[in-house]
Design a protein. Structure first.
Length: 70
């Protein structure tokens, strides 16, 4: 059975964009997966939400982000 009420959160690591570190996590709702990006240390604030890995990678490539894992 698909899990639509309790999403699965996976921590992916951090991304540094122009000197600012961002926290990266994926959230899965059944077969749908979203990528959430928050400023590191500010998870309580609104972050960026990408509807797919493809959208996230386009954003990352456009900014020239360097990915670093925990």
């Amino acid at each position: 059975m698909r899990n639509l009420t309790n999403p699965i959160v996976s921590e992916q690591g951090t991304v540094e964009v122009r000197g600012q570190e961002y926290h990266l996590q994926t959230i899965s709702y059944g077969s749908r997966q979203h990528v959430h990006v928050f400023k590191k240390g500010a998870l309580h604030r609104h972050g960026l939400v990408f509807q797919s890995q493809r959208e996230y990678h386009l954003w990352q490539a456009q900014l020239g982000a360097q990915r670093e894992l925990f």
